[in-house]
Write a protein that binds this ligand. Structure first.
Ligand code: GUN
Length: 281
């Protein structure tokens, strides 16, 4: 068997066409949607992610503001910037790129973002709304994964979904969205005993650990949908995910590549969330 590829670039293109239309409609009413992105420090990876987010805004008619600060910025200064953006009528979405330097309390910063501008969906009230089945914003990566499953008409209802990774950014919200879509969900974490025992029973396998090759072909149920959220570098410096892609291709029914899979979808859903925020005004 050779898996079918779920192409995140193509799907993003389709979804971004709709984003651009909705952005143009809002702009015509004098309410151009606006996103502010804050980056603190010099992480190369974060700079690339942030640049791609800003570029995607520009290409789809969303006003964007990029604020880059030195790693020595104080927590109080950052909180003051967030507060100013909370009150800026041109800004509908605020994203503070994570991770933040160790001297800044990331939770405190996330809680300072107005919940109705929290397009990442990380604010404690948005996490609670998601958990209780009334989401205001769905976190971008898990939201993108759900769109990928929708794009292949996958019957999530009744399926066994296994999420490997339990972060607040991906694993936990992913599990909630899958649960709400009717899946039976298993969440694995770094302490899970015999990971393969769980993954081998997955109809839908979402892997978000940041560990290269944590899932190999022998850990995948034949025909399963494999969604690889990982973003790592191999020994040659090439981008790769958390799944042994070449091996998984032979066993799974569907698979997302890295690059060109979940990555572009995360950015697309950030644009969608920004539009949704602006449309609510
Ligand atoms: N760092 C890694 N992924 C994300 C994300 O989706 N949002 C933010 N703000 N930071 C991140």
């Amino acid at each position: 068997m050779s898996a079918k590829i779920i192409n995140g670039i193509e799907l993003s293109h389709t979804l971004r066409t709709d984003v651009a239309k909705r952005a143009a409609a809002l702009t015509a009413k004098g309410q151009q949607p606006g996103l502010a992105v804050i980056l603190v420090g010099d992480s190369q990876a974060s700079q690339v992610y942030v640049r791609n987010k800003i570029k995607a805004c520009e290409e789809n008619g969303i006003h964007s503001v990029f604020e880059k600060y030195d790693a020595a910025m104080s927590e109080a200064e950052l909180l003051a910037r967030v507060d100013a953006l909370n009150h800026d009528p041109k800004i509908h979405g605020i994203l503070v790129q994570l991770p933040l330097p160790a001297h800044i309390d990331a939770n405190k910063v996330i809680e300072a973002i107005a919940a109705e501008k929290d397009v990442d969906g990380f604010h404690i009230s948005n996490a609670g709304l998601l958990m209780t089945g009334q989401p205001l914003f769905r976190p971008c990566t898990p939201y993108g994964v759900m769109k990928m499953l929708e794009s292949i008409d996958y019957p999530v209802r009744g399926a066994h979904a296994v999420v490997v990774g339990a972060s607040n950014i991906v694993g936990k919200p992913q599990a909630m969205l899958l649960l709400q879509a009717g899946a039976t969900v298993t969440i694995c974490n770094s302490k899970t005993r015999d990971l393969g025992h769980h993954t081998r029973d997955a109809d839908i396998l979402v892997v978000a650990t940041g560990k290269r090759n944590i899932v190999t072909a022998d850990m995948i149920k034949p025909g399963a949908v494999v969604i690889d959220v990982g973003m790592n570098r191999d020994d040659a410096g090439k981008l790769c995910g958390d799944v042994d892609y070449e091996g998984a291709l032979k066993v799974s029914g569907w698979i997302t590549p890295v690059p060109g899979g979940v990555g572009p979808m995360t950015i697309t859903m950030l644009l969608v969330n920004t539009i949704e925020a602006a449309e609510r005004i």
